[in-house]
Design a protein around this ligand. Sequence first.
Ligand code: SF4
Ligand code: SF4
Length: 334
Amino acid sequence: MTAAIPLRVLREEPAPSRFARRLSGGDRPGELRAGTVRTLQVNVGKRCNQACRHCHVDASPLRTEVMADDVVDACLDVLARHPELTTLDITGGAPELHPRFREMVARAHALGRAVLVRHNLTVQFEPGQADLPEFFAAHGCEVVCSLPHYTAEATDRQRGRGVYEKSLAGLRRLNEVGYGRGDGLVLTLVANPVGAFLPPKQEDLERDTRAYLAEQHAIGFDRLITITNMPIARFEEWLRRAGLHDEYMDRLEAAYNPATVDGLMCRSLVSVDWTGHVHDCDFNQMLEMGLAHGLPQRVHGLDVRALAGREILTGDHCFGCTAGAGSSCGGAIA
Ligand code: SF4
Ligand code: SF4
């Protein structure tokens, strides 16, 4: 069953946040502005075969929200009309569970765009998904695979018992079809802290993960990126239950690094949610923050050129992107 699309009253633009003041380096709120939009990120819904503790999408097998056909068509139309959109970034939930996932990938690939799929590895073992590695390879997708940590204990603590072993099986299948071998089929691992702390240095974790997976499991990958857990949705609830919310927010703010601002992902992408509303990023999407007042809010007929140079709506959750080395869809920034 597909969930009915709710009537959306997007939140009012928030009052100047602590983050906005940090942007200016003074008492007045600073502004964050986008450059040219290069990536169309599409979140096709909240259905997932997992229900991870840190999930900022609140995805799970019980969720029924999936992108409707008219929204899928509108996204593909925007991609086709804007050659400056070099990348389609498909996420969810587990995006592979959307009935039109493969069509979206194939059409974007036929348009000559890079396709990046946020892949949780275990979805390969859902009914009808066993050939996903071959499908990804045939369309030259970059697969960005979540693996919170290279040890079973840490990964299973965050994602559920048995997820680590299944994830390794998924990685082996990707290796078998040519991913992670430096031959152009790019396998990226995404690691995130299993707790209320910042990620370790990306290069260090990449080195340790590469050595461990190669020696213990004969698994290879191209690169590893670290992502900071965002203090929103399920992770925020967990922080509050654990009594760690304020401490975590203070930690993020104390680690604010102005050198990350130029590379923030919201400066070069727009993010479409399953209902067709457009947001500055996936996190603003989850907080139901639309684009700034006066900008188009729906993907139907969207002219992305009108979004270049736009003001980006920010809030204190943005400290999650600017703490330490920074965090984005592409990993550390600075
Ligand atoms: S973190 Fe990823 S794999 Fe886990 S529930 Fe959320 S969308 Fe699914
Ligand atoms: S959460 Fe991060 S990506 Fe999103 S608007 Fe804030 S700084 Fe930009």
